[in-house]
Design a protein around this ligand. Structure first.
Ligand code: HEC
Ligand code: HEC
Length: 335
């Protein structure tokens, strides 16, 4: 039998054909466990959740080889014990380089429509390209990252099982996306309260009523099961924003200082707060809202002096403490 030139070419392009047969793709599904008040998130057609993809994504999440000098992994800035956020205003990347935003929690990312604080990334499955290639984060080209992974028999086999392919920009970002979709936090004290398993303390209950009241309007931006509706607003932090927020993406002056409303789940674990980590603790955040913020032209009308008493600020804080999900912070599936 004679091989056509095209077939010979394919052999060159896919050298693995000459080696032992690749392990078959393992499509055992990974099913998210959710309480009744959580909807099932939409999962992209080209990246269905499977056990093999989630396991590979977890390995990559903790893999320092994805950074230029093999010192930084995703987990360097997204620590499980801190709800996959960090406790510094700005977390250093390779060689101690500093970016300009605070590391956010990665809890319940599966429900994001657009990703990053300015919505600059259209979907989670592309987001990993940003930190891997960013000069101030991991500083490595994703193609180099793929070459490194493909030198390792463990990864060659794991990528084959997960995607029937080698490590490449598509499979690396998809695997990280799959793992990150499993980071569901749905078992806080507040969730247990909703399911009738525990009751709230008097202070927490007063705080809950305030949070969901028109007196504070907190829940009109931080509403729904995830304590955000993923809207974009200016919450009056500055009169002049060094970080333009959404304006960096749209170029529009009306988007100056506008950021995606973050989830408040596990908020006690993710200090310091806001896009630049400038507010050190929850009382500072609550004082900010109570003061009505600055006079920025884009400031949303709901950010206005709230006239809350010291006791009411403490009650709101007590309620925010009920959003901590200790099982999430120690879940062995994420380690
Ligand atoms: C040097 C610290 C650092 C490293 C390393 C890092 N991140 Fe991040 N991450 C951040 C910061 C800061 C942001 C906020 C960026 C923004 O919103 O513009 C962020 C945002 C994100 C988001 C968006 C979350 C949201 O709410 O929109 C995801 C997802 C994410 N990172 C995943 C990863 C993954 C996966 C890796 C590893 C491949 C990684 N990060 C590595 C600091 C880091
Ligand atoms: C108009 C919409 C809006 C309202 C109303 C609002 N927030 Fe926010 N909130 C935001 C936005 C936008 C951010 C992110 C700002 C940034 O990153 O700089 C934010 C950030 C926060 C943060 C910090 C989150 C983090 O991870 O850094 C907390 C805590 C918070 N809000 C609590 C509250 C509370 C409590 C109330 C009611 C008193 C409230 N918010 C009312 C839009 C709103």
């Amino acid at each position: 039998m004679r091989y056509s030139p095209l077939f010979m070419l394919l052999l060159l392009v896919f050298p693995s054909c000459e080696q032992e047969p690749a392990s078959p793709v393992d499509l055992t599904p990974y099913v998210l466990e959710l309480p009744p008040h959580f909807p099932y998130p939409s999962i992209p057609e080209d990246n269905k959740l499977t056990e093999a993809r989630v396991a590979l994504g977890k390995q990559l999440f903790y893999e320092p080889a994805l950074s230029m000098d093999s010192t930084i992994s995703c987990a360097s800035c997204h620590k499980q014990a801190l709800a996959f956020a960090d406790d510094l205003p700005i977390s250093p990347g390779v060689k101690g380089r500093l970016g300009f935003r605070n590391s956010p929690t990665l809890a319940n990312l599966a429900y994001l429509s657009v990703v990053n604080k300015d919505g600059g990334v259209p979907k989670l499955d592309l987001q990993a390209l940003v930190p891997i290639e960013d000069h101030a984060e991991m500083g490595l080209s994703v193609l180099q990252a793929a070459d490194r992974l493909n030198e390792d028999p463990y990864y060659r086999d794991a990528f084959e099982k997960a995607y029937g392919d080698l490590a490449n920009p598509f499979t690396i970002t998809r695997a990280l996306g799959a793992f990150q979709r499993t980071l569901i936090s749905a078992n806080s004290t507040y969730d247990q309260y909703l399911m009738g398993e525990v009751s709230l303390s008097p202070a927490q209950e007063r705080g809950r009523l305030l949070f969901f009241s028109e007196q504070t309007d907190c829940s009109s931006c931080h509403g729904s099961f995830n304590f955000t509706e993923n809207g974009f607003f200016n919450n009056g932090l500055y009169t002049t924003y060094e970080d333009w927020g959404r304006r960096r993406v749209t170029g529009l002056p009306e988007d100056d200082g506008v950021f995606r409303v973050p989830t408040l789940r596990n908020i006690t674990m993710t200090a310091p707060y806001m896009h630049d980590g400038s507010l050190p603790d929850l009382q500072a955040v609550l004082q900010h809202y109570n003061s009505g913020g600055t006079a920025h032209p884009n400031k949303d009308a709901r950010i206005r002096p709230l006239q809350l008493s010291e006791q009411q600020l403490l009650d709101l804080e007590a309620f925010l403490h009920t959003l901590t999900d200790t099982a999430f912070l120690t879940d062995p599936r994420f380690q």
